[in-house]
Ligand binder design. Structure first.
Ligand SMILES: [Zn+2]
Length: 262
């Protein structure tokens, strides 16, 4: 039985908070997506835990055992980017505003990787607080392929041609869910094995325990954005990583479903 572990690292100015999600297979008795472990600081999203909680040895911080999956939040002012690392290979999702590339590079370094390990860079959508450092990141990650939702692709200037993504495409074992409304080509990405949804700006975090829909101030098509929320509610995940606000650490599908029925 494979013990699949996911490390979520939340790197803030005040220190490092690390959360481990151990998502066991369905043939185990654990609650699916069962264990969230924090070794320093609060658990991601305000301390919600599922299953048992134990303390990680400090030596685990910064060391990623082979075969394990690490999700890292890169705080870039009011927006977050995310780094997914697996087997010495990394995918960057969103790049923050301009000047964010060094912070993303620092986050790679925190897990023992560098730009040369980055194989994929994905934009959730075309807004400047998400693609402001796109060119810098693509230059630094010289071997990486770049991706964005098809309808947003033409608005993103890139040093290399990008690949357009749509519903059902897979990138680095992430399932692409087209979630238009906030922008026409907005995409969300689902790590099905770990139960983690990267929602970009199709959802917003509140106080770490809740979610709201797309921000009406910046969303030209709220009806379509709300349809996208209903679509996301049909998938199964615990953790929701958002562009703005705090991620939620548990009950993600239920929280998104509540937005639909509410
Ligand atoms: Zn946006």
């Amino acid at each position: 039985m494979m013990d699949r572990r996911v490390f979520l690292k939340d790197l803030g100015k005040l220190g490092v908070a690390m959360v481990v999600v151990s998502a066991c297979g369905t043939d185990q008795t654990d609650v699916p997506g069962s264990t969230i472990v924090s070794n320093t600081g609060p658990t991601l999203g305000g301390g919600t835990t599922l299953g048992t909680t134990t303390t990680l040895p400090a030596t685990t911080v910064g060391a990623v055992p082979s075969g394990q999956t690490t999700w890292e939040r890169v705080r870039l002012g009011s927006v977050s980017a995310y780094v997914l690392a697996r087997g010495g290979e990394a995918t960057i999702i969103d790049t923050g505003g301009s000047g964010s590339a060094p912070a993303i590079g620092d986050s790679l370094g925190q897990i023992g990787l560098g730009w040369a390990n980055v194989s994929h860079v994905v934009a959730t959508h075309l807004h400047p607080d998400h693609i402001g450092s796109w060119a810098d990141v693509m230059v630094a990650a010289a071997g990486a392929a770049g991706y964005a939702g098809r309808a947003d692709l033409p608005a993103i200037s890139s040093p290399r041609p990008l690949t357009g993504l749509g519903d059902g495409d897979m990138v680095f074992d992430l399932r692409v869910i087209a979630t238009p409304g906030h922008t026409p080509g907005h995409i969300s990405l689902l790590d099905e094995s770990a139960g983690i949804l990267v929602a970009g700006d199709s959802l917003n975090g509140t106080d770490g325990t809740g979610l709201t829909g797309a921000n009406p101030q910046y969303t030209p098509d709220m009806a379509t954005a709300n349809e996208s929320i209903a679509k996301m509610a049909g998938f199964d995940y615990s953790v929701v990583l958002v562009g703005h606000g705090d991620p939620v650490a548990a009950n993600g599908s239920s929280l998104v479903g509540a937005l639909v029925s509410g």
